[in-house]
Design a protein around this ligand. Sequence first.
Ligand code: PLP
Length: 390
Amino acid sequence: MSVIYLDNNATTRPHREVVQAMLPYLTEQYGNASSLHHLGQRARHAVEEARRQVASLIGTKPRRIIFTSGGTESINLAVRGALAAAGPSPHLVTTAVEHAAVLALKDELARQGVEVAVVGVDSFGRIDPQHIADAITDRTALVSVMHANNETGVLFPIDQIARITSDRGVPLHVDAVQTVGKLPIDVETLGIDLLSMSAHKIHGPKGVGALYVGRGARVRPQLWGGHQERDLRPGTENVSGIVGFGTAADIAGESGLAEQTAVARLRDRLQDGICRTIPIAHPIGDPRNRLPNTAHICFESLASEAILLLLSENDICVSSGSACSSGAVEPSHVLRAMGVPERIAHGAVRFSLSRYTTEREIDEVIEKLPALIDRLLAVQQPPLDPATIR
Ligand code: PLP
């Protein structure tokens, strides 16, 4: 039986072309990209070609791309690196709904004495750019915001935020892990200083990502070693992973808007189908400005883990909020920040689609889900009192 995979914000299925492009660099072309012999130079050439492909996806020059081990490392390099470059007593502005890579980092930075301002969101998960402006002080060394929320898919107005930061002369880091390759982004036009990306969210391999470092952005390295990646990220390059990332970026760039429109149509079909047939289903987040592939639906009075496991038994893979918080019984920090009531937030399920999702799969989920939800509702009802049965 085939699996219906609707957890693409957690990770995606690598494209066949990605795997094929990587294979030579895991077999015969195993050179170190820093070696001067021809095997090394072939690896170097492959890394530079991938740098060109990733740069082109976000509208910049190849030399602005620093390869890392993924989104988390890119974010750490951007945030820690920018604060380190800013000198003593830096101030950081971020939001309450960031991914753990930023949230946990800001907690650690606060323990180390960095002053952090956390900007909240409204009940639709939206941010008011004016609140970012209000949080900036004359000591603010960095504003770090996500482009799209990984749980709800809600998009932040990066263009407006970038205008504010550039007017105030404060560097802006954008966690674009969920948007690069799904939506067009032109970092140079937007005036973004630092932008984090990850290959495995766009049908590339896991464990590889990149940081865009704009002209004039000041970042100190956070690892010490060799001179790779413009002295910003030492360590032998993950050549096969980088090649896979480049190929995935190329495919994402080529497939463009038409594909995302098709994905959004399926997402809407799924959300409408679920909300029409299941009265306890509540869609969460801004219905307009959100990722085309994401539907976040709360099933009132149920526990998301129970829904997730029952769906998994039926070969349907979804997530409860963010993948990283699966298994935790607390409602997600994102829904908390949005003020979603606990009995609704506990039943949060994230459905995230990809270009590989088919209409047949969506219709199968719409057809199966009501009975599965009924089963869960039935087991959580208190048993009937026999005296009341006639
Ligand atoms: N930022 C966001 C918004 C994410 O969704 C994720 C992964 O889920 C990350 C950062 C971390 O990326 P990676 O898994 O490549 O470390």
